[in-house]
Ligand binder design. Structure first.
Ligand SMILES: [Zn+2]
Length: 266
């Protein structure tokens, strides 16, 4: 009987250790388009003179255990010359992921270059800053809100979670969507903690280039100047405190910070 109890205790120790083992987290960048932009548009104080800088469009897949989360979805293919001609579903297929398997779609903000390919993710919960969700649903919608991109999510049974606070997506601290308002009212960034690479911040459009990240440059079309600068300060504090890798999603110089598709950072 005693031996039996010892065996049983041993079993529970092993079992609970297994139950608590942290889920493996990986991060993959998907190429969601490329083009050029007039850098002069991205300063409200005439900081830039270059009328043509390369501009990339990034989507990401975060795998957490057996769950998938997509972060930003690029333009709708065919909608503009900068859009990718390879739909996100095709890129996911190369990773052996079907859109129905995606549990969460997080978006940094409501602009068309981040929300063009939400439609395929029928089973996912859409995670969006409440300020942006309200802007999409306002009558008339807020300027810049890509309402067409959200039509499958409006007044339907699809799940939306408008975020009013930072969101610990999987409840273990490994993926944190955090508020970085300013570019839009509900703009968000995401912190992904990887075992080998360490913490990574995908900062959405809190900054568009190295130049405006480093100098707290604010585009004239941002929703709120003071919030933009406060959000950049927050990201820089996270970068310092966690020694995080910060990835500016539109800056082609940051593409190489993650392994080339379909390889994942771990
Ligand atoms: Zn953008």
């Amino acid at each position: 009987m005693k031996k039996c109890l010892v065996l049983l205790a041993g079993f529970f120790t092993v079992f609970s250790a297994w139950a608590q083992a942290p889920a493996e987290v990986t991060l993959t960048r998907l190429d969601c388009g490329n083009g050029f932009n007039d850098q002069r548009r991205f300063s409200d104080s005439f900081a830039y003179t270059n009328p043509k800088v390369p501009f990339t469009f990034s989507c990401y897949v975060i795998k957490h255990g057996s769950d998938y989360m997509v972060w930003d979805t690029g333009y709708l293919p065919g909608s503009t010359p900068s859009a990718t001609n390879k739909p996100i579903t095709e890129l996911l297929a190369q990773m052996n992921v079907r859109p129905e398997q995606v549990t969460f779609v997080g978006i940094s903000h409501f602009h068309a270059d981040h929300t063009g390919q939400l439609a395929p993710f029928a089973n996912a919960t859409l995670l969006i800053g409440k300020g942006d969700w309200d802007g999409v649903n306002a009558n008339p919608p807020m300027g810049g809100a890509n309402v067409a991109g959200f039509k499958e999510w409006m007044g339907t049974s699809r799940k939306v979670k408008p975020l009013t606070a930072d969101e610990d997506v999987f409840g273990d601290g490994s993926v944190l969507i955090f508020r970085t308002p300013g570019h839009t009212p509900g703009h968000s960034a995401v912190l992904v903690r990887l075992k080998e690479m360490g913490p990574v911040v995908l900062l959405g459009d809190a900054a568009h280039f190295h130049e405006n990240y480093e100098s707290n440059g604010v585009p004239g079309f941002n929703f709120d100047r003071a919030q933009t600068i406060a959000s950049l300060e927050r990201i820089k504090a996270i970068e310092r405190n966690l020694k995080a890798t910060v990835i500016i999603q539109h800056d082609p110089r940051d593409v190489g910070k993650l392994p080339a598709f379909p390889n994942a950072a771990r």
